[in-house]
Design a protein around this ligand. Structure first.
Ligand code: ISJ
Length: 361
């Protein structure tokens, strides 16, 4: 580098160093404040939850709103999620359960939602995630609930129906699938393994490019990657993190049939989340099996000016063509219009269950 370049860079770098020191000093003040909050919580609500999802969401939204740039607003979510995670971890370490093993999209969603200063509890199934949180082995669980290509994740819907856990947050990820093997090529490969959701999301690509491969279900994509790392005849479909986690070579990337493929995850736990002013509420309803019942069921939403953002149905398994309806609506259950709409829904429904109110991502 010539001298004039050095001369110009040096003071700028000194400025960055000085700013980083100030940021560090401020982070330590923030960490101390979080520790003090932890003591107050301990004093007034011993054994109560340390995690306050509404407070975390509000902090990040406030900063995004106040940001003047040039620091990018999208980066505020990632940076403050980690800052909050580290500070929260000083109060008490949060254990997060999700479908593993290492390198799964659920892991990515869990870490994007709660930051890296958490204890990871990797589970073999969605059932196990719910069980772990219900048993208190983890405070929160992260599970996929819907995919933009394949629709609902049915097992999650069934577990939500029967679990006492509340939904306390949501996180949507763009899902880019890769084909991966030990060697990084397809020589000697006879089978492709993935979670059924991922096989479905890549079915046209597989039919076009590898029609001869046997398609086998795995309990998760990351588990398929783990198997592929042991078996040279197996290719896995999983995210790029799984290839890295299991030392596999990428054969192809972005193989999902829809380039916009996204999955929405829900955070669940035994925590009631307070309003933030920008929330969603999820409920499950069933209606009597008669003409106009669904129309009548949804009338309280329109009557109270409450918007519905999602309607999903699941067979009630009675063999009678009865269904559970999974409804997401805008607003928190403590917002007067939502409180009123929920009371009306409950009165009309043959079955009603609130899954929780939580900050919109
Ligand atoms: C510090 C608190 O505890 C946790 C940590 C937070 C933070 O670091 O900002 C925010 C909410 C809580 O999940 C708090 O409740 O204010």
């Amino acid at each position: 580098m010539d001298n004039s370049l050095q001369n110009q860079l040096l003071p700028l770098r000194e400025r960055i160093d000085a700013l980083d020191e100030q940021i560090l000093a401020l982070l330590n003040q923030r960490a101390q404040a979080a520790l003090d909050v932890g003591k107050v919580k301990q004093e007034f609500d011993a054994g109560g939850p340390i995690l306050k999802p509404e407070r975390e969401a509000s902090i990040i939204r406030r900063l995004q709103g106040a940001n003047q740039g040039p620091f990018p607003s999208q980066a505020i979510d990632a940076v403050w999620t980690q800052i909050i995670s580290a500070c929260r971890g000083l109060e008490s370490v949060l254990t997060v359960a999700y479908l593993g093993p290492q390198g799964s999209f659920s892991e990515q969603a869990a870490l994007e939602q709660f930051g890296n200063s958490v204890e990871k509890l990797r589970c073999a199934s969605f059932d196990e995630v719910f069980r772990a949180v219900e048993a208190g082995q983890a405070q929160v669980g992260m599970v996929p609930v819907e995919n933009s290509t394949e629709g609902a994740v049915n097992r999650t819907l069934d577990l939500l129906l029967n679990s006492p856990l509340k939904v306390l947050g949501e996180r949507s990820l763009s899902i880019h699938h890769c084909l991966m093997t030990q060697s990084g090529n397809m020589q000697g490969v006879t089978r492709v393994m993935a979670h059924p959701q991922a096989l479905a999301q890549c079915q046209s690509w597989l039919t076009l490019h590898h029609p001869g491969l046997i398609r086998d279900a795995a309990s998760s994509n990351a588990e398929a990657a783990r198997i592929a790392a042991e078996d040279p005849t197996v290719a896995a479909i999983a995210g790029a993190m799984a290839a890295e986690a299991w030392g596999l070579g990428l054969v192809a990337s972005g193989i999902q049939d829809d380039p916009q493929n996204r999955t929405r995850f829900l955070a669940v736990g035994a925590i009631d989340t307070l309003p933030t002013g920008h929330d969603k509420t999820s409920v499950i309803l069933a209606v009597p099996n008669r003409a106009g019942a669904v129309y009548d069921m949804l009338a309280p939403l329109a009557d109270n000016g409450v918007s519905m953002t999602r309607l999903e149905s699941r067979p009630a398994r009675t063999g009678q063509w009865e269904y559970y309806f999974y409804v997401d609506l805008l607003g928190h259950r403590n917002d007067p219009a939502v409180t009123k709409a929920l009371a009306d829904l409950k009165r009309r429904a043959a079955f009603f269950k609130e899954l929780g109110s939580y900050p919109i991502q």
